[in-house]
Design a protein around this ligand. Structure first.
Ligand SMILES: NC(=O)c1ccc[n+]([C@@H]2O[C@H](COP(=O)([O-])OP(=O)(O)OC[C@H]3O[C@@H](n4cnc5c(N)ncnc54)[C@H](O)[C@@H]3O)[C@@H](O)[C@H]2O)c1
Ligand SMILES: [Zn+2]
Length: 353
C-alpha cells in the first residue's frame, strides 16, 4: 500500500509471518532500535544476529519519550560513516515510534527510517499519519514534528505476546474507527468484538487493514491536521483528560474507549444521538475497558482542568468532536463544563457496575 504525503510518499506492507525480519536486519549502515520487552521476548527468534554496536534498546516508558533519548540515538548514529545513507530501523509500540521518528527527522535533516509496529495501537493507528511527539518536563507530547517512516512493515504475529492491558487498549482505537463509520460499522464491531478479543488472526488482520484504510483517507486529505483530520480526534478531548489525571495509568486506547462513552452521553443529552445507539456502543465498550484500570482517583475538577488544557483547544470555548444525527461526526465549540461533568460521572458509575 502506498501512502501519499507532502513530506515523501511511503509504503506499508502487511506481512504474513516473521520471515521479513532477517532480510530487513541485513540493511547496511543501520541502527536497530528495539523496545526492551520485544527484545527480551524475541531475542532468540529474531534478533540474535545483531551486532552490539548496531543495537539500541529502549524501555517503553513515558519518562523515556524525551529529547534526551532521541539525541542519544542521533549520537550513536554519528558513528555510521554513510551519514545521509544511515538507516534507522525500529521495532515497538507508539513510544518507540515517537522517539525514533523524531530522531530520524532531526538527524541530518532526515534519514531513512523503517518502522515495525508491535502493538495493536501502533499498527492500526499511530504508524501512519507521520506525527512524532516527545514529552517535555511535565508536558505530554509537547515537542513534535511530522515525519513518516519510509516503510512500515506490519506483522500481526506480534500481538500474541501483548498483555491484555495493551491489547485491549489497541482495540479502543479499532472500535473508534468502526463507530466513526456509522451504523454499519457499529453492527460490524458488535458481530466481531468477541473474535477480536480472542485474538483471532484472520479477524485482526481484517480490522487492522480496515483501520489503516480508514485513517489513510483522512491523513491524505489533511496531513498536517488543519481541517478534517480533527474528526480522528473523536473521544480524544476526554481521553487525554483520563490519561493525564490517572497519570498515564490508563493507557491511550482505553482512555479513548472511555472518552467515546463520555462523548456519546453528551450527544444523548443534546438530543443528537438515539439512546438505543448509545447503549449498544456502551455494551461493546464494556467488553474492552479493563475496569481494574479505573481503580485510581479521577477527581472531576482535575478532569475538567485537563480538558481545558488539552492542546487541541483553541480558545476559551471548549471544543469537542461528537456523534450527531445518523452517527455523523461534527465539531462543537460550545462544550459546557456541567454537561462534561455529568457525562464523566455517569460513565464512571456505569463502568463500576
Ligand atoms: N505518533 C502518534 O501519532 C501517536 C498516536 C497515538 C499514540 N501515540 C503515543 O504512543 C504511545 C502509546 O503507544 P502504544 O500503546 O503503542 O504502546 P507502548 O509503546 O506504550 O507500549 C506498551 C507496552 O507494550 C509493550 N509491548 C510492545 N509490543 C509488545 C509485544 N508485541 N508483545 C509484548 N509487549 C509489547 C511495551 O514494552 C510496553 O510495555 C504513547 O506515548 C502515545 O502518546 C503516538
Ligand atoms: Zn488516539
Amino acid at each position: 500500500m502506498n501512502i501519499k504525503s507532502k513530506i515523501r510518499n511511503y509504503t506499508l506492507s502487511i506481512e504474513d509471518d516473521f520471515t521479513f525480519v532477517p532480510e530487513l536486519l541485513k540493511s547496511e549502515n543501520s541502527l536497530i532500535v528495539i523496545d526492551k520487552t520485544i527484545y527480551e521476548i524475541y531475542k532468540m527468534k529474531l534478533f540474535s544476529d545483531i551486532a552490539q554496536e548496531n543495537l539500541f534498546i529502549i524501555e517503553a516508558l513515558e519518562v523515556n519519550k524525551t529529547i534526551e533519548t532521541a539525541l542519544e540515538i542521533c549520537e550513536v548514529m554519528t558513528s555510521i560513516p554513510a551519514k545521509r545513507n544511515a538507516h534507522l530501523i525500529s521495532f515497538g509500540g507508539g513510544i518507540i515510534q515517537d522517539i525514533t521518528g523524531f530522531a530520524a527527522n532531526i538527524l541530518y535533516r532526515g534519514i531513512h527510517w523503517t518502522f515495525v509496529p508491535t502493538t495493536l495501537l501502533a499498527t492500526c493507528d499511530s504508524c501512519i499519519g507521520g506525527k512524532t511527539s516527545l514529552n517535555y518536563k511535565k508536558y505530554k507530547n509537547l515537542l513534535g514534528t511530522f515525519y513518516p517512516p519510509d516503510e512500515i512493515l506490519i506483522c500481526s504475529e506480534f500481538f500474541n505476546t501483548l498483555s491484555e492491558r495493551d491489547f485491549k487498549s489497541g482495540l479502543g482505537e479499532v472500535v473508534k474507527f468502526n463507530i466513526m463509520t456509522g451504523n454499519q460499522g457499529l453492527v460490524k464491531i458488535e458481530n466481531n468484538i468477541d473474535a477480536l478479543l480472542e485474538r483471532n488472526k484472520e479477524k485482526l488482520d481484517e480490522f487492522v487493514n480496515q483501520s489503516i484504510l480508514f485513517k489513510k483517507d483522512y491523513i491524505e486529505k489533511d496531513e498536517f491536521d488543519k481541517g478534517v483530520r480533527i474528526h480522528l480526534n473523536f473521544a480524544h478531548t476526554f481521553a487525554h483528560a483520563f490519561e493525564t489525571v490517572s497519570n498515564y495509568f490508563i493507557p491511550h486506547g482505553t482512555a479513548v474507549a472511555i472518552g467515546m462513552l463520555v462523548a456519546n452521553r453528551i450527544s444523548l443529552g443534546r438530543g443528537l444521538l438515539e439512546e438505543s445507539i448509545v447503549i449498544r456502543i456502551e455494551s461493546v465498550m464494556k467488553k474492552i475497558i479493563d475496569t481494574d484500570l479505573l481503580q485510581t482517583t479521577l477527581a472531576i475538577d482535575n478532569m475538567i482542568d485537563a480538558i481545558r488544557k488539552d492542546k487541541k483547544q483553541t480558545d476559551s470555548n471548549l471544543k469537542c468532536v461528537l456523534l450527531s444525527t445518523n452517527m455523523k461526526l461534527n465539531v462543537y465549540n460550545n462544550l459546557q463544563k456541567e454537561e462534561a461533568e455529568q457525562a464523566i460521572t455517569y460513565v464512571l458509575q456505569l463502568l463500576s457496575k
